[in-house]
Design a protein. Structure first.
Length: 54
């Protein structure tokens, strides 16, 4: 099992393993990666906003 993509920021750690992607089309894989990028971006923005409140 190899890591295809990994996002890490403090307590947020997202990993996509190659065995999860087996049998998926290129468009499905791109969709998965884009969705994870969006989640990760939202977590980062939320973290920044919370830091501004302090």
């Amino acid at each position: 099992m190899s890591i295809i993509k990994e996002y890490y920021d403090g307590p947020t750690h997202i990993v996509i393993h190659d065995d999860y992607l087996i049998g998926k089309s290129e468009s499905e894989i791109n969709s998965i990666i884009n969705e994870i990028k969006e989640i990760y971006t939202n977590v980062r923005f939320s973290k920044i906003e919370n830091e501004k409140k302090w």
